[in-house]
Write a protein that binds this ligand. Structure first.
Ligand code: SAM
Length: 283
């Protein structure tokens, strides 16, 4: 849809995930200059705005009014008002209702810009020391068991690093389910990022289960889980024989140019048995 020059626009403003000094100058300037600030939790945001002495009208925009309120905000922007969106903490649209308003603005031809800043998943990933070149963000796991099982099914062969958000009262159950469904792996459990009690615990899932049985989880968590190790092509090739019987296994080496005795030696080594055992099988 065409943008109308007399319309207002939407500013997605990233806010601190703990440490108030992490707010950017650009976000402060924007919050001071817009006509209206839409906030996920107005009580939370009032504290933030008071801290920076920002006096701009606030309105609530949250999970339970996100469709109706998005329409209302879009109408205000169409009539020329500029709106800033701040969610509970971090970057709007990342595991919060921001995406609905953003989508509606694009659909209605209203300009949107995003002011970058704190985001829990990026902060945790950079801190974790776990492979960060390729990653997949799952956000919160679904609350019903069946949907969670489906997600585990999708993740079991995922080779990229997996990032999850988790609340303290679900952490123990999530760790146990991850272990059960994805096997033992390295995990970095990042807690209370940028806050006084910031902590990153790097351990195997099995150890993490034991640790949190002894230490009750408290605070906000991001989990950075190692992806499934990728086999090299060489390793894959070397394991090809595991689906073969001994004759096929012998034929594989003979086709590669080994004579019968050499092939027998290689087959015996692959299978961890003696050459004599292979010979007996073959005759
Ligand atoms: N939009 C936010 C962002 O940019 O990260 C995320 C919003 S989501 C509703 C809130 C979740 O983010 C929390 O339950 C927790 O998993 C994670 N989170 C937010 N702040 C955090 C912090 N300081 N330390 C660890 N995790 C945090």
């Amino acid at each position: 849809m065409e943008e109308n020059k007399n319309q207002g626009m939407l500013y997605l403003c990233a806010t601190p995930i703990g440490n108030l000094s992490d707010i950017t100058e650009r976000v402060l300037e924007t919050l001071r200059s817009v006509d209206l600030i839409a906030a996920e939790d107005t009580r939370n945001s009032i504290r933030l705005l008071n801290h920076f002495d920002i006096k701009v009208p606030l309105t609530s925009y949250h999970e339970y009014n996100k469709y109706d309120k998005a329409k209302e905000l879009v109408d205000k922007m169409k009539s020329g008002q500029s709106v800033a969106l701040v969610t509970d903490a971090g970057t709007p649209s990342i595991s919060d209702p921001g995406e609905v308003l953003t989508d509606m603005c694009h659909e209605e031809g209203i300009r949107v810009t995003s002011l970058p800043g704190p985001c829990a998943l990026v902060t945790a990933l950079s801190l974790s020391g776990i492979a960060s070149r390729r990653f997949v963000f799952e956000g919160f796991l679904p609350s019903d068991k069946k949907s969670r099982r489906e997600v585990y099914g999708d993740l079991v062969n995922e080779t990229r690093t997996i990032i999850l958000y988790e609340a303290p009262h679900h952490l123990k159950n999530t760790l146990a389910e991850l272990y059960e469904n994805l096997g033992d792996r390295m995990i970095a459990i990042c807690r209370e990022l940028t806050k006084k009690f910031e902590e990153v615990k790097r351990m195997r899932l099995y150890e993490a289960i034991g640790y949190y049985n002894e230490n009750e989880p408290k605070g906000e968590y991001v989990l950075i889980l190692e992806g499934k190790p990728r086999k090299t092509i060489k390793e894959e090739k070397e394991r090809e024989w595991s689906r073969m019987d001994i004759n096929e296994h012998m034929a594989m080496y003979e086709a590669q140019g080994y004579d019968r005795m050499e092939a027998m030696k290689k087959v015996a080594a692959d299978r961890g048995v003696s050459k004599r055992d292979i010979y007996k099988e073959l005759i």
